[in-house]
Design a binder for this molecule. Structure first.
Ligand code: PGA
Length: 255
């Protein structure tokens, strides 16, 4: 660690399901901190257990969908919300209340054409909505955050990018029998670090090397997730398998 490190709080759980209560607590805390906050959600299998619970809370009225504005991190180029495989499509499938929020303009999708002007306008729109109060994050096996693949400058805002080969491999099943896309539009590291609170989740042994690099490697573009250590208000939720390479023990009270 260097003097500039602003280490995230790390909590290790027996399994992924045990972290869902903490994620719901983070959403509730964000709703309590400010009126109609902008909440940034993340896609990927990591968040499916969370979305099952979150959708139920919205459908039962335990959380009011009018109490927040939703957005997300990234989208494959050429994937409008109704196209299977796309990120907004996934979010609405996992959490159907996002469908009506999309209609009402309170779910703000990342422009799927990747046009630089539209991406700039999207970033400005997020600012006009008060900026992100909370951003949920996954991590790629290669250490990517959103689609900031290794080597991407931390200074970038929303931008168009080529996907790394490991990212495309990991996405293969969701597009089968088609080939996974090559390109996406993504929040940049600067966009992500602008959120007031970051909560990153990683579950499963396949993520253990990336988690170790995120927490232990020098901060830099070789492992984009190390940018979390520049933030100062971040939380990392792991299961034991994802924590295994990092020399962390499960906190007995964490679950
Ligand atoms: P996953 O994706 O949740 O499907 O593992 C996370 C990511 O690649 O950022």
């Amino acid at each position: 660690m260097t003097a500039q490190d602003r280490a995230p709080e790390v909590r290790v759980f027996a399994d992924a399901a045990a972290a869902v209560d903490v994620l719901l607590g983070e959403v509730r805390a964000a709703l309590g901190r400010r009126a109609r906050p902008l909440l940034g959600f993340a896609t990927g299998g990591t968040f499916h257990p969370f979305f099952a619970r979150f959708a139920a809370e919205l459908q039962q009225g335990a959380i009011d969908e009018r109490a927040f504005v939703a957005t997300h991190l990234d989208e494959y180029l050429g994937f409008p919300p109704d196209r299977r495989g796309g990120m907004v499509h996934e979010l609405v499938s996992q959490c159907p209340p996002f469908g009506s929020m999309l209609v009402h303009g309170t779910m703000v999708p990342v422009p799927h054409d990747g046009d630089p002007e539209r991406l700039r306008a999207h970033e400005e729109r997020l600012q006009r909505l008060g900026g992100l109060e909370l951003q949920l994050l996954g991590i790629g096996r290669n250490g990517h955050l959103a689609f900031n693949e290794p080597g991407t400058a931390f200074e970038l805002g929303f931008h168009r990018t080529d996907l790394a080969e490991s990212t495309r491999q990991d996405a293969r099943a969701r597009f089968s029998p088609e080939e996974p896309p090559q390109r996406a539009a993504t929040a940049g590291i600067a966009s992500i670090l602008a959120a007031r609170r970051l909560v990153l989740c990683a579950f499963g042994a396949a993520k253990a090397p990336a988690v170790r690099r995120m927490l232990r490697d020098p901060v830099g573009v070789a492992c984009p997730a190390t940018a979390l250590r520049r933030h100062g208000n971040s939380l990392v939720l792991l299961d034991r398998a994802a924590a295994a390479d990092s020399g962390l023990d499960a906190a007995p009270a964490a679950g």
